[in-house]
Design a protein around this ligand. Structure first.
Ligand code: ADP
Ligand code: MG
Length: 410
């Protein structure tokens, strides 16, 4: 998994056991994390990826060519990460059955939008716009799975989001199904909150079914914080280690309430977001309007904004309908202690814990999701949750690239 933070590749090695037919309370799957690691991108690769996502007019090489090269390059990097992961766990690659690879998101447009250049001549499309143009949603993840399968020899499942898009969904979030399989509780309402570049929640009502899941992106995760730190340190730091600098600033309450008026936060689920809404231009705009002497206050404010948008998401869309007993956090944002402290302040009546308390390392959860989704693809099980993505149908997710172990699998 290479998340929107663009910090590197998070990998994990898991053992997945099918449900035991003799179990009294059948858990749908048993998943054990054997090893995990994040392999950071070197700054030049990170800059290159971000420059494709936020293109400037400075680079003369066409965007399509750069995307095509990046797809292959990331394929090699993802393969290296898979090999390094197996090595770390002292497991020969021959003993790995399957790789699930999310790749890196280069574009995410969850709501159908008109395609400007096609407006006048368009016919068909999933939704026809008012003026006869086509409105389409789309999402683009790269990191070529053919390269991964070739380099490792292991059958690889990738590009999980597209089947949901084809079924009329936004392709995100995909984690709710995995959360449902692993963490559903008969008596407790549980929220699993990822704080990556973007923050997303899965809420599992007590003993609810798949249709009862509430899952959505709550808004920004570390994305704005990372960019503001980058400005403050003039490119020297890409994140606020431990949330230490934010701790030194005072929250600007007026700015915070302005930020809380962002239309994305008002929108009811299903909804998802990305760099298009909370990426560089959002943060750069805030920074350019800030006095240099108030930079730490801005950092504290955007940190509080992330926490408050998570809490408000629960207060608006979960708590009025269901009991919320516990919140389990994961993703890199868990290490930002100021962010977690703000979140606890904004949610005084709900215990906020780390997912480590459920036996899963915080950095392993996201890559683990895609291992489970790969397993489910091979099992032929639909794995999207229409109430979360807006899809019309339940569909099997992922594209399968056979590796040298293919015949052993089928
Ligand atoms: N020690 C830390 N202190 C504060 N923030 C951290 C720390 N380690 C990681 N992070 C934050 O977590 C982000 C990476 O989290 P991750 O879960 O990998 O997100 P994504 O899935 O978007 O890549 C980093 O960009 C950074 O903002
Ligand atoms: Mg990451």
């Amino acid at each position: 998994m290479s998340g929107t933070s663009t910090d590197g590749i998070s990998a994990c090695l898991v053992e997945i056991q099918p449900p035991s037919p003799r179990a009294r309370h059948a858990v749908p799957l048993r998943v054990e994390v054997l090893s995990h690691e994040t392999y950071p991108y070197e700054p030049s690769l990170r800059d290159n990826i971000l420059e494709i996502i936020h293109p400037s007019t400075m680079n003369p090489t066409g965007l399509t060519k750069r995307l095509a090269w990046m797809n292959i390059l990331l394929g090699y990097r993802l393969a290296e990460a898979a090999k390094a992961m197996a090595k770390k766990a002292s497991l020969p690659l021959d003993n790995v059955d399957l790789i699930g690879s999310h790749g890196h998101t280069f574009f995410h447009c969850p709501e159908p939008r008109p395609i400007p250049s096609l407006r006048s001549r368009a016919r068909g499309g999933s939704t026809t716009g008012r003026r006869g143009g086509i409105n389409l949603s789309t999402t683009l993840q790269l990191g070529e799975p053919s390269v991964i399968a070739h380099e490792t020899g292991v059958t690889t499942v990738a590009d999980f989001r597209m089947a949901d898009v084809a079924a009329g969904g936004s392709g995100a979030p995909l984690v709710p199904y995995v959360d449902y399989l692993l963490f559903q509780d008969p008596v407790k309402g549980i929220a699993l909150q990822n704080i990556g570049g973007i923050a997303n929640v899965t809420f599992l009502p007590p003993s609810g079914g798949l249709d009862d899941i509430i899952a959505f992106d709550t808004g920004p995760g570390n994305m704005i914080i990372d960019r503001i730190i980058w400005h403050i340190t003039r490119g020297g730091q890409s994140f606020d280690e431990g949330g230490r600098l934010a701790q030194e600033g005072r929250v600007n309450e007026k700015l915070l309430s302005q930020l809380m008026g962002h239309p994305f936060l008002q929108k009811p689920p299903p909804k998802s977001t990305g760099r298009e809404e909370f990426g560089h231009s959002f943060a750069d705009n805030l920074y350019s309007r800030t006095d240099p002497g108030d930079a730490l206050s801005l950092l504290a404010t955007v940190t509080a904004f992330t926490a408050r948008s998570i809490a408000e998401g629960y207060k608006r869309f979960i708590i009025p309908h269901h009991p919320l007993h516990e919140v389990f956090l994961y993703g890199g944002g868990v290490r930002n202690h100021t962010l977690v402290r703000f979140l606890k302040e904004y949610l005084p009546s709900v215990p906020v814990r780390s997912i480590e308390e459920l036996g899963i390392p915080t950095q392993a959860k996201e890559p683990m999701n895609f291992a489970v989704l790969a397993y489910e693809a091979m099992a032929g099980h639909p794995a999207n949750v229409p109430s979360a993505t807006g899809a019309r149908d339940r569909v099997i997710l992922g594209k399968i690239v056979p590796g040298r172990n293919w015949k052993d699998l089928i």
